[in-house]
Design a protein around this ligand. Structure first.
Ligand code: KG4
Ligand code: ZN
Length: 343
């Protein structure tokens, strides 16, 4: 590619909100490259250490952007705009991506686009796919990640409203904290999923609280598991090792039932036909299975992102930026990241 394409924007997108340094190049809605450097350093601490995340982003950002450009066969002068995650996320981590994007936009004299990370998880559904299968507006999305759990009513690419959300821990945190209690490494969500595959989901019973509206609460569930295991281990030291698959299956069953029941109750009340999953926890096999089954039973159209766009990645920032670019929704160079920005 030799020239800056005018009709189809070519966007460099950067994601650095948590522990993934990612850069992607999109031409229109097509992903030309999507490079993700996962920070392994956090594994030994059993969770993300913000200071270490910022340092790792600082070390990774230039090579990751370089690789994204090379893989896409795009040079800096081809770029129409540069986009970055404005928040929510870890402040030190966000600062690395935003400072890099600002400098690049200024040096190339191209527009700067600020993207909300939670909106981007949802907009990942509009990345070009071979089946040309996309949700119609308005649709309802269950966004479940390590930091957030939200039911979002999506009316257009820039009109989102939160119908319900967690009042404490996120669903991903409920998975990760349980994994830690069970002695599994971070991030534990995928490992609980894997162990649950050969377990009995009805062997043990955990409880979720009834709270108002379409909100969620996960902090009690983790405590429920902790006390349950403490009691079992006191009587039988090998309990966790022997029952790991059944504990994982039962715990996962509880979380997925809770999410699915509340989400589809909201979809019914809002009379929604197209429903979607987004965020890292949407990679969970039990959640996906229940989601599909519910849609068949209720005659709704289900949309699940491909695995590569479930967990944090810059392609989702790029697709959000694409729609902002078309609307001329650019940021000025005084824009700052925000750790708690809302939709
Ligand atoms: O969206 P994401 O990559 O990062 C945030 O924005 O938080 O989500 C990461 C979360 C982690 O909590 C991880 O354990 C969870 O997604 N996760 C899963 C699975 N794959 C990732 N949780 C359950 N089952 C999975 N298969
Ligand atoms: Zn995320």
């Amino acid at each position: 590619m030799n020239e800056r394409l005018v009709n189809v924007p070519v966007i460099l997108a950067i994601e650095s909100s948590c522990d993934e340094t990612s850069a992607a190049i999109l031409s229109g809605r097509k992903v030309l490259s999507n490079i993700i450097a996962s920070q392994k350093i956090h594994e030994k601490y059993g969770g993300v250490v913000p200071e270490l995340a910022s340092r790792a982003h600082q070390a990774n950002i230039v090579p990751v952007v370089d690789q994204a450009l090379n893989e896409a066969g795009v040079s800096l002068r081809n770029l129409s705009a540069v986009a970055f995650t404005q928040g929510p996320g870890l402040m030190g981590a966000l600062l690395v991506g935003s400072s890099f994007a600002k400098s690049l936009s200024q040096s190339l004299s191209i527009p700067l686009i600020a993207v909300n990370h939670m909106e981007a998880h949802i907009m990942a559904h509009f990345i070009h796919n071979a089946q040309e299968n996309y949700p119609d507006y308005p649709f309802l999305c269950l966004t479940v990640s390590g930091g957030h759990t939200q039911i979002v009513h999506v009316r257009s690419s820039d009109d989102f409203s939160i119908v319900g959300e967690t009042i404490d821990d996120a669903a991903g945190e409920a998975f990760d904290k349980a994994a830690k209690i069970l002695g599994l490494p971070y991030p534990g969500g995928p490992l609980i999923d894997k162990n649950a595959a050969s377990g009995d989901p009805n062997k043990f019973h955990f409880t979720t609280p009834r709270i108002g509206g379409y909100n969620f609460s996960f902090s009690g569930l983790k405590t429920n598991l902790l006390y349950f295991l403490r009691e079992k281990k006191a009587a039988d030291a090998g309990f966790i090792e022997r029952e790991l698959n059944n504990i994982c299956a039962s715990y996962q069953f509880t979380i997925t039932e809770y999410l699915i029941n509340r989400f589809f109750a909201a979809a019914e009340e809002l009379n929604i036909r197209d429903v979607a999953l987004a965020g890292g926890v949407s990679a969970n096999s039990e959640l996906r299975r229940k989601f599909q089954a519910f849609c068949v039973a209720k005659n709704l159209r289900p949309f699940t992102p491909s695995f590569e766009y479930c967990t944090d990645n810059a392609a989702m920032i790029g697709i959000s930026a694409h729609y902002k670019f078309l609307k001329g929704n650019f940021a000025d160079l005084r824009v700052v990241p925000s750790a708690n920005i809302r939709m």
